[in-house]
Design a protein around this ligand. Structure first.
Ligand code: SF4
Length: 260
């Protein structure tokens, strides 16, 4: 892979078929880009709109791993269509990375309907905090921590390859997520900072004082010093992979050590 940042750290290409996402995360990058480009409004984003052209497009075999989805989620509202897309991708022989804030209902259906393609799939469940009140604040309509953990256990028990994304980190206790998910992860646990948080909150219509305070708290948790301490603590964990945002901090510290 040429560009080792963002989703390209994980996959060679992305497939999506919806504009909008009912989870309506405050920090959502896809929403911010859609608002900036006037393809949606901050209020409209939570109404999912299927792009029929994308849904009905034929999908052949592509080189490398395909991430599905990357700019929306797999939610109960459009589960049948998500399954339709996945079956098209998988029956063409593609390797698919399924990235989602997992709704248990959706994961049950995916596990039961995609069993024939188990070897072509890796699940990556996003869990940025083990505290459901924190998740509720940042990701208002996404599943609770307990539901996400239950989904991970299910996919693991059903024999699928599993991984977790702790990006964005949503509090200063990611160790609680790592400890809870480790028994059910076969592949990796990715850790990454909250990127471009202030700019995205602004575009997404969250400039109120309480969100700004919470954002400032979160960014303070992700100071270079704290990120370095997190890395020191977990650097020996073979499951953990550090996203580009953390690699940048490490490179900065290394450069500082060499030049001083
Ligand atoms: S789940 Fe993903 S696409 Fe949906 S609102 Fe949250 S960050 Fe955006």
């Amino acid at each position: 892979m040429k560009n080792q940042t963002g989703t390209r750290e994980w996959a060679d290409s992305n497939v999506n078929f919806i504009t909008g996402c009912t989870n309506d995360c405050k920090y959502c990058f896809a929403k911010a880009m859609a608002v900036r480009d006037k393809r949606t409004t901050p209020e409209d984003w939570k109404t999912e709109k299927v792009r029929e052209h994308s849904l009905n497009k034929s999908l052949g075999k592509k080189a490398g791993t395909i991430m599905f989805p990357s700019s929306h989620d797999i939610t109960p509202q459009h589960l049948p269509q998500a399954l339709q897309m996945l079956k098209k991708l998988l029956s063409a022989g593609n390797e698919v990375l399924i990235v989602t804030k997992p709704h248990l209902e959706c994961v049950k259906a995916l596990c039961s309907e995609l069993g024939n393609y188990k070897n072509q799939i890796i699940f990556r469940f996003t869990i940025g905090s083990a505290d459901s009140t924190v998740l509720k604040f940042w990701e208002p309509n996404a599943p609770s921590f307990e539901e996400r953990l239950g989904s991970l256990k299910l996919a693991f028990t059903e024999g699928y390859k599993t991984s977790v994304s702790c990006e964005p980190l949503l509090d200063d206790n990611i160790g609680a997520v790592v400890a809870a998910v480790t028994p059910y992860v076969t592949d990796s646990i990715w850790i990454g900072k909250a990127n471009r948080l202030r700019a995205q909150l602004k575009l997404n219509g969250h400039s109120d004082a309480s969100t700004t305070d919470r954002a400032n708290e979160l960014l303070a948790c992700q100071s270079d010093e704290n990120i370095l301490a997190l890395w020191e603590k977990d650097k020996g964990n073979p499951l953990i992979r550090w996203k580009d945002s953390i690699q940048k901090v490490l490179a900065k510290v290394e450069h500082f050590a060499i030049t001083n």
